[in-house]
Ligand binder design. Structure first.
Ligand SMILES: N[C@@H](CCC(=O)N[C@@H](CS)C(=O)NCC(=O)O)C(=O)O
Ligand SMILES: [Fe+2]
Length: 360
């Protein structure tokens, strides 16, 4: 039954190679985000809104050393609450989790399992039916978190993984906080057999020897990330927050496009340049066009961009809002900063009965 399935998305931050996971109950629409990244908050908000979800909690698996968590920023924007392991030492959370506590979202929950070793406060979040485990940096795909800073201990990690992760069903999928090669998912059975550091055949002494000789450089963002994460991602003053363009009430889509609704454009048409990127026969065809719109077919836009005024915001228009979304991408590339797509194009404009020139 579809409604018994959990809504699940795996999201990636290419800068820190971090995975963020969205889990939601499709019936109550209540959701969790595991390990959100500060710089990706806009993307995460767009996804939560497009899927019609209510973000209840952000959960961090640990105090990350390589990126700033999005927990605080998402709480500011979506009023989600912050949870992290009590042993993490982080301040400013709404809830600090002890081992075996549950975090509920609608009819579903995850259970927190203590998996220290990479840091003292590392938690693995296990979905209620034990089909998925979010291991943070305890178990990575064919790897594991390093143990050379932040209270790291190879012996502790070895025991955590054996006791708390390898005790899960073999088929339980493992979703880590990072992967540096593009691998996305593993399973308990697979890691027990093939993890070069932590396969069942590897002894504790072998593991400790391996971990003492990783020879990794410290994460580039470590000096900024750790203090910010000890405050659940509350930034220092110097850090720019989610900047919203100010010239109009724009919406950011998960597809990465800034959009405007027809009502705002109708009221502010004189303050912007309306660029219609359809072909001439459509511009003069049955749908008509918006008064004052300039016709620049999409195929000619890059070459003709110089005709546009860089100081005046641009709203792109087409039949459905698809070609004009691509037009915003081309215009941004050409150096225009204030650019937005008319959401739903001429079809929505007409459906909402705004006036047109020409047309039927
Ligand atoms: N080059 C990366 C370093 C990433 C790193 O050290 N990652 C930690 C997780 S916070 C780790 O445990 N890596 C294990 C590994 O690469 O084997 C950066 O600058 O962010
Ligand atoms: Fe980490």
């Amino acid at each position: 039954m579809l409604e018994d399935m959990v809504t699940f998305r795996q999201l990636f931050d290419p800068q820190s190679s971090t995975y963020t996971y969205l889990l939601a109950d499709p019936v109550t629409r209540q959701a969790l985000l595991i390990d959100p990244v500060f710089e990706q908050a806009r993307r995460d908000i767009a996804l939560v809104e497009e899927l019609g979800l209510k973000l209840l909690w952000t959960l961090d698996t640990h105090v990350h050393a390589d990126h700033v968590t999005g927990a605080w920023l998402l709480r500011e924007r979506l009023a989600s609450r912050i949870a992290i392991g009590a042993a993490s030492g982080a301040e400013g959370a709404d809830r600090t989790l002890e081992p075996l506590e549950r975090v509920e979202f609608g009819r579903r929950h995850v259970e927190a399992r203590a998996t220290p070793g990479h840091t003292n406060g590392c938690l693995t979040y296990v979905l209620d039916d034990r089909t998925m485990a979010f291991t943070g940096d305890a178990v990575l795909i064919r790897g594991c978190g390093r143990t050379d800073f932040q209270q790291g201990s190879a012996r502790t990690l070895y025991r955590s993984v054996r006791e708390q992760v390898y005790s899960l069903p073999e088929g339980c999928l493992i979703y880590p906080a990072h992967d540096y090669r593009g691998l996305t998912c593993s399973s308990v059975g697979e890691e027990k057999l093939y993890n070069p550091r932590l396969a069942e055949s590897v002894g504790e002494g072998d593991f400790v020897g391996y971990m003492e000789n990783l020879g990794l450089a410290h994460p580039q963002q470590m000096d900024a990330a750790v203090p910010a994460n000890l405050k659940c991602g509350r930034p220092g003053e110097e850090r720019a927050l989610l900047e919203q363009p100010e010239w109009a009430p724009l919406t950011y889509t998960f597809a990465g496009i800034w959009e405007l609704n027809p009502g705002w454009l109708e009221e502010n048409a004189r303050a912007v340049q309306i660029v219609d990127v359809r072909e001439a026969d459509e511009f003069n065809g049955p749908l008509g066009h918006i008064e004052g719109a300039r016709l620049v077919p999409l195929g000619t836009l890059a070459a003709r961009a110089l005709e546009l005024d860089a100081e005046v915001p641009i709203v792109t228009v087409c039949r459905s809002g698809a070609r004009s979304a691509q037009a915003t991408v081309l215009l941004k590339k050409a150096g225009f900063e204030k650019v937005a797509n008319l959401s739903g194009g001429m079809l929505r404009w007409r459906a909402q009965r705004y006036p047109v020139e020409g047309g039927e």
